[in-house]
Design a binder for this molecule. Structure first.
Ligand SMILES: NC(=O)c1ccc[n+]([C@@H]2O[C@H](COP(=O)([O-])OP(=O)(O)OC[C@H]3O[C@@H](n4cnc5c(N)ncnc54)[C@H](O)[C@@H]3O)[C@@H](O)[C@H]2O)c1
Length: 329
């Protein structure tokens, strides 16, 4: 099959492109480079990389026809919950408007297979620690709302047109398949700790009075190479041509506490002389958020291959690639 990967020059998108390429798939990338880095794809000579926005329906429809695309992996989006609270219009335009444009182009061109980058932020605060896909979603930010509304839009279009889809709800993406593919921003715990260490400051822990064994919040950190392999599994499933309408968590099914993550970072990075500083809780942080990874295992035979320590170690190698000054002798 030939796949159009939107956002293929981004952190997760580039890992997906490399994984699909290694699996022998034909790929075309569409990216506006708003946060994407073209160099992440520079070693893939046979992958056309088109600069453009998913909001350009005519461009997307043209690409779908010209390259005889049979399926789309829609990764392109804005991803910062805090920014989405400040600027909801941007998030609805980019995430929901972008998806609406893409679906219109796919409908026009008759492209009937979609893998969509959804997110654990669709769940919001839940009573249960381990989240199954059947939970009633209560997103806490406009970002999470655009992802949930995106899932609804896809389901509605599927009912109307026969679109076949896999919505993948990633948990906390981290690590790097290769250092040069690492995330360059610092939007979640692991790179935020790296940023503090690089500045010679102690890591911060927000709250140690949660009802968890060590009092800190617990999350499911999933290696980005594992997220990428879940896309290969989804692509193979869709390639069978059957009716597919899945919403699936992509997580390890295991939780790590913030304290465990921070201690592992200090050990792996060689900054173990620094002692974490504990501050008050941040608003809206649930105590525990772990993926139930049962459904994706049952359907695709997929499970995460990396444990937390390997994920942290690969994330650190990626950080050093972009911040060589952080390396200690
Ligand atoms: N990183 C995470 O922890 C995480 C967790 C859950 C879900 N997600 C989702 O995964 C996806 C990728 O996240 P990421 O971490 O790789 O982010 P990223 O910012 O590195 O990648 C986004 C890519 O999409 C491109 N892009 C953005 N808007 C575009 C548009 N309108 N048209 C064309 N290209 C556009 C950017 O240039 C970039 O290459 C997003 O949909 C995000 O919501 C990420």
């Amino acid at each position: 099959m030939t796949w159009l990967v939107t956002g293929g020059a981004g952190f997760i998108g580039a890992h997906v492109v490399h994984a699909l390429h290694e699996a022998g798939e034909q790929i075309v990338v569409l990216d506006d480079f708003s946060t994407g880095v073209p160099a992440r794809l520079s070693d893939l000579d046979d992958v056309p990389v088109i600069r453009g926005a998913v909001q350009s329906t005519s461009l997307v429809a043209k690409l779908l026809r010209e390259y005889e695309i049979s399926g789309v992996v829609h990764v392109a989006a804005k991803k910062q919950p805090g920014e989405s609270v400040e600027n909801p219009l941007l998030y609805y335009r980019e995430n929901l408007g972008g998806l609406e444009s893409l679906l219109r182009a796919m409908t026009e061109a008759g492209t009937d297979a979609l893998v969509f980058s959804s997110s654990a932020s669709t769940y919001g605060n839940q009573d249960s620690d381990v989240l199954t896909e059947d939970a009633v979603c209560r997103p806490e930010s406009p970002y999470g709302e655009t992802k949930l509304a995106g899932e609804w839009l896809i389901a509605d279009v599927a009912r109307a047109t026969g679109l076949r889809y896999v919505n993948l709800r990633y948990f906390n993406a981290a690590g790097a398949g290769r250092p040069e593919l690492a995330d360059t921003g610092a939007f979640n715990l692991i790179p935020m700790v790296f940023e503090r260490l690089t500045a010679g400051k102690p890591p911060l822990i927000f709250g140690d009075d949660y009802p968890t064994p060590d009092g800190t919040t617990i999350r499911d950190y999933i290696h980005v190479a594992d997220i990428a392999s879940a896309h290969v599994a989804a692509a193979r499933h869709l390639a069978k041509g059957e009716e597919v309408r899945h919403v699936l968590n992509v997580g390890t099914g295991r939780g790590s506490s913030t304290r465990e993550i921070v201690d592992t970072i200090l050990e792996v990075s060689g900054y173990s002389d620094l002692t974490p500083e504990v501050l008050g809780r941040r608003a809206g942080d649930p105590a525990v958020s772990i993926a139930s990874a049962d459904r994706i295992r049952q359907l695709f035979g997929w499970s995460a291959a990396h444990d937390m320590r390997a994920t942290v170690a690969d994330a650190w190698e990626g950080w050093l690639y972009h911040h060589p000054e952080a390396r200690r002798a």
